[in-house]
Design a protein around this ligand. Structure first.
Ligand code: C2E
Ligand code: CA
Ligand code: CA
Length: 751
């Protein structure tokens, strides 16, 4: 899930990066296209201006030529006046001799007042240049005070028939008039100006811009590095040698610093006839600002889209996060009680266990005989009980503790309490609360619970170690109903021992480490009427282990049924052999573990074993304990009936120690009562024991049951028991449990 969450943002980042790259590319192309647009309009403009000026000057040149020759012929100024009328863009005409003096002028000017063109500083250079040229030459633009207009002097040398220079035809071309046709649309805007620059001296001939033209503009040449700079750049950019630049009919384009040092995009073309540069400049700033406008538009759209996308993705990510959290919750919580489960504990234990973590306690809570509740009342009922139990537990823990449902009827409480006294009283409160009666579906009943407590870090510094320690403590607690135990290292030894016993047990059958011993049972007259089979285990590592130790372990580890069938098989075959050999018959008592008894196919196995050995004539007695009746009684009772119907008898072992009351005996399908050894041990000194034994015998007799006293060690005990009416005896007074051969001898002697 986290992967998905990362992925969704990854998609976002990829989109973002993709869009960003696209933005860069689009901006790059836009930049070029803006440039191109300007370049196209500039080129057109330069072309237009170049053609128009050329045509204009050419026509004026023709006029000057014709007029010059006319003047030379008849020296009549009238023809000038007439032409002035026809050509309003001309301010005045004049014919100047080679010395620079006006010979003839149009009548709107006074010849006498006019300067000598060879002497006048402003005209000297261009006049002399005119005399060296056959073509028309332009002079410096000047302000004609008389007409209040700006004019361009145009001059052409006139030759007589012999080819000698006769003079110079000159005229003033009114800038406004001559350029009117295109002044209005010459410049594209504020940021643009078109200039005609004289190549020879770099004077500005004409400048068209939307600004008003300052008077001085035409009176000083442009900074002389301006054109040099342009030519150098052209030469570099176009790879043309310096001297060829002016010979090519190319419209050059370049970025340069203009005459006032501002970066411009310059587009220019050279007119070789009139030695003019037609130059259009566009402020670079303008191009940039045009581009910026579009670029910021792009950026805006980009940001806008991504803000929307961001929120969209965040929404999806949040929804996904919620779904993930729900899933995690489901995986880490129990559906029935809504408590965190085992997975939760595994995943979150690092909140409790880390270097420098404060101490805490882990309580392991396990209901006693919950299985019976489920079996007897159904699972639905069990569920209700669990929910009810959960409520009680959670109502008692504080905010810093967590309650976890570890499994079926097992709960774990992690809490900050670590003081032994406090923990025990806390657990006791919990026990008291839990063992209050429950009222579910008209039933009132109580349940017991056992609590084992382990502490971090002293009992373990991993979850597994703590769980095991708490489990060991709980195992101790289970030995006494409804109680609590704190883990102690001494328990660990017992646990480890149990572990090794369990380990060795599994191999013991194969290694043939078990054998049977038999303890004779004596009747009133001192005759042997039966034997109780008792199992013995001698292990190569652990030595002789008493059945009191290994039988409960075999039961707890699920090994009991297997061992039980071995005991049954071995006992029956040995006793059959013995009986056949000695030609006698006696009862054989077999201890049947509850775990074996409730095995589904117990009865079939029993039939199988007895049939197989052809034991029809042997009487068999099964010893069961009261704890059997904790199990599903509906199942147990019919089973006992069936066993009796097969001709086997049932003996109630260790009677008096368990829960079943004497009044219950009536309902149970049994044949014999075995009074527990603990009563016999104390019968001579403890009046309660004596009373108890007396009662058992009286009631048992009433119910027609055989009464057997076990653990009889003295004659005194036997005497008293006989007085009370006991008729069967077993104990060291008569014989210890005997090995097969010893038993054989024992029978031989007795008979
Ligand atoms: P239990 O069934 O009550 O067996 C009687 C126990 O009392 C036997 O101990 C026996 O040796 C002992 N005993 C008999 N007479 C005297 C006496 O006069 N004085 C003293 N001090 N003890 C006497 P054992 O053989 O150690 O068995 C202990 C328990 O282990 C048995 O108690 C029984 O619950 C279980 N057990 C033993 N063998 C088997 C078996 O083959 N199958 C099953 N399921 N349980 C067995
Ligand atoms: Ca027994
Ligand atoms: Ca017993």
């Amino acid at each position: 899930m986290a992967v998905f969450r990362k992925n969704i943002w990854l998609i976002f980042y990829i989109l973002f990066a993709g869009a960003f790259i696209f933005l860069c590319i689009a901006s790059y192309f836009k930049w070029h296209s803006v440039h191109k647009e300007y370049s196209a309009s500039q080129t057109n403009l330069v072309k237009l201006v170049s053609n128009a000026t050329h045509a204009l000057f050419l026509s004026q040149e023709m006029t000057l030529n014709i007029l010059g020759h006319q003047i030379l012929k008849d020296n009549d100024s009238h023809v000038m006046d007439r032409l002035l009328v026809l050509n309003p863009s001309i301010i005045a005409f004049g014919f100047v001799d080679t010395d620079g003096n006006y010979q003839t002028v149009s009548s709107n000017f006074n010849k006498v007042k006019l300067p000598n063109l060879r002497e006048l500083e402003a005209s000297k250079d261009s006049f002399e240049y005119t005399m060296t040229q056959k073509k028309m030459v332009l002079g410096r633009s000047y302000f004609v005070a008389a007409s209040g207009r700006w004019g361009i002097p145009i001059r052409k040398s006139i030759y007589d028939k012999d080819g000698t220079l006769a003079g110079v035809m000159t005229a003033g071309l009114a800038i406004e008039g001559a350029f009117k046709i295109f002044t209005e649309n010459l410049s594209i805007g504020d940021y643009n100006k078109v200039m005609l620059i004289r190549d020879r001296d770099q004077y500005l001939q004409y400048e068209s811009s939307s600004h008003e033209t300052p008077k001085e503009l035409y009176q000083t040449p442009l900074p002389h590095n301006f054109m040099d700079n342009i030519l150098t750049t052209i030469s570099q950019k176009y790879g043309i040698p310096f001297n060829e630049i002016k010979q090519k009919p190319i419209i050059y384009e370049l970025n340069v610093a203009n005459e006032v040092g501002k970066l411009v995009k310059a587009t220019l073309k050279y007119n070789p006839r009139y030695e003019l540069w037609i130059l259009s400049e566009v402020d670079h700033d303008k191009i940039i600002s045009d581009f910026k406008g579009i670029f910021f538009g792009y950026i805006f759209v980009f940001i806008f889209i991504h803000i929307i996308l961001f929120f969209l993705f965040r929404m999806i990510a949040k929804a996904e996060e919620k779904r993930r959290k729900d899933l995690v919750f489901q995986a880490t919580h129990d559906v029935l009680t809504n408590l965190p489960n085992r997975n939760y504990l595994q995943q979150n234990i690092q909140d409790w266990i880390y270097t420098g973590a404060p101490p805490f306690s882990l309580c392991y809570l396990d209901m006693d005989h919950f299985k019976n509740v489920n079996d007897s009342f159904g699972h639905e009922f069990g569920d209700i009980l669990l929910v009810e139990l959960t409520k009680r537990i959670t109502s008692l823990v504080d905010r810093n503790s967590i309650v976890i449902r570890q499994g079926g009827d097992e709960f774990i409480i992690l809490s900050n309490h670590t003081d032994n006294k406090k923990l025990l009283s806390y657990a006791q409160i919990m026990l008291d609360e839990i063992s209050k009666p429950y009222h579910i579906k008209e039933f009132d009943f109580v349940i017991g619970v056992s609590i084992g407590i382990a502490k971090y870090p002293e009992n373990g510094n991993t979850l597994d170690m703590l769980l095991r320690a708490a489990d060991i403590a709980m195992y101790e607690a289970k030995k006494h109903r409804n109680s609590v135990r704190l883990f102690a290292d001494t328990m660990q030894a017992g646990y480890l021992n149990r572990m090794s016993v369990e380990h060795e047990l599994r191999k013991a059958l194969d290694k043939n480490e078990f054998h049977m011993v038999y303890q004779p049972q004596i009747d009133n007259n001192g005759n042997i009427y039966g034997v109780e089979a008792l199992v013995r285990w001698k292990n190569e590592k652990l030595g002789i282990i008493p059945p009191d130790i290994f039988i409960p372990i075999a039961e707890a580890s699920g090994f009991m049924p297997q061992l039980g069938y071995f005991i049954m098989n071995r006992t029956l075959s040995e006793m059959r052999t013995l009986q056949l050999e000695l030609g006698i018959s006696f009862q054989i008592s077999l201890n049947i573990s509850i775990k074996q008894f409730i095995e589904v196919n117990f009865l079939e196995r029993l039939i199988q074993e007895t049939d197989h050995l052809d034991l029809s004539h042997i009487s068999l007695c099964l010893e069961i304990t009261e704890s059997l009746f904790i199990e599903d009684i509906e199942y147990i009772l019919p089973l006992l009936e069936k066993i009796r119907a097969m001709g086997f008898s049932i003996s109630m072992d260790d009677f008096g120690t368990g829960y079943s009351s004497l009044s219950m005996l009536k309902k149970l399908p049994i044949d014999e009562l075995k009074i527990d050894k603990s009563f016999i041990d104390t019968i001579l000194h403890d009046i309660n024991s004596e009373k108890m034994v007396q009662n058992i015998i009286t009631i048992g007799k009433n119910l027609d049951l055989a009464i057997l006293a076990e653990g009889v060690e003295t004659k005194e005990q036997e005497k008293l028991l006989k007085e009370f009416g006991c008729d069967c005896f077993q104990g060291y007074l008569y014989a210890k449990p005997l090995e097969y051969d010893v038993l054989k001898d024992f029978f031989r002697v007795k008979n």
